[in-house]
Design a binder for this molecule. Sequence first.
Ligand code: 48F
Length: 256
Amino acid sequence: MEKLVSLGIVENYFEKLKNNLSVDAAIVGGGPSGLVAAYYLAKAGKRVVLYERKLAPGGGMWGGAMMFNDIIVQQEALPILDELGVCYKPYREGACVVDSVHATSALVYAATKAGATIFNCYSVEDVIFRDEAVAGLVVNWAPVMREGMHVDPLMVTAKTVLEGTGHDCMIARLVARKNNVRLNTPTGEVAGERSLNVEQGERLTVENTKEIYPGLFVSGMAANGVSGSFRMGPIFGGMLMSGKKAAELMIAKING
Ligand code: 48F
């Protein structure tokens, strides 16, 4: 029995790894925008893989506000909650309150049920850069990165890459810096996020969701970070709509 347990895991895991070495869409970060993008890409029949460096995907959604584990989702984003089967309670002015643990686990469930593969405990450390385009990701174990161990990574080729890493925008930063290229952002570089403004931040998250370099798309707070727009705190409609928009743009690119 002991051998069966180990063999079952090892054989299946490496099959999963092999099946995801060349994909349509590779997503960096399992926050709300990355998970929603993964769901819509998988639903459209695309081969999609998502890498999350923490043990649990979900990013900044689990903790609500100051660990009060509820979040606000505004009216425009409710169709996404409906589609993904997330329960919510009407509050005021069309906004709803959602239990953040329920919402986060529902996004993880919906993305994986639709066919997206999530590799947790993986850190994306670089991109594959070919013919002046981002053509895939360079991945390593998160603990290897954390310990600073000198261990070489694996490579995954992808027709499209999505940066959903949140506030740091580390992929966009390294693409611009290492390759000395300008991004499709207001400054040509990573502008860095501004202080909090809920209305503007929510609107601009969706507006800033785009392809910022051939093959490289941004969603969620990374989209605001590269474009120099506002953070917005524990309201999540913009994150969900950004993920959906990113998926639509990527699907159009994949389909040519
Ligand atoms: O920050 P995060 O939740 O992404 P998001 O979709 O959502 C932002 C909101 O949660 C919140 C907000 C709403 O008002 O402002 O902050 O923009 O999740 C980003 C995920 O990416 C992972 C990180 O651990 C987190 O779970 N991540 C970041 N860098 C890497 C990474 C990396 N290099 N490799 C793998 N995962």
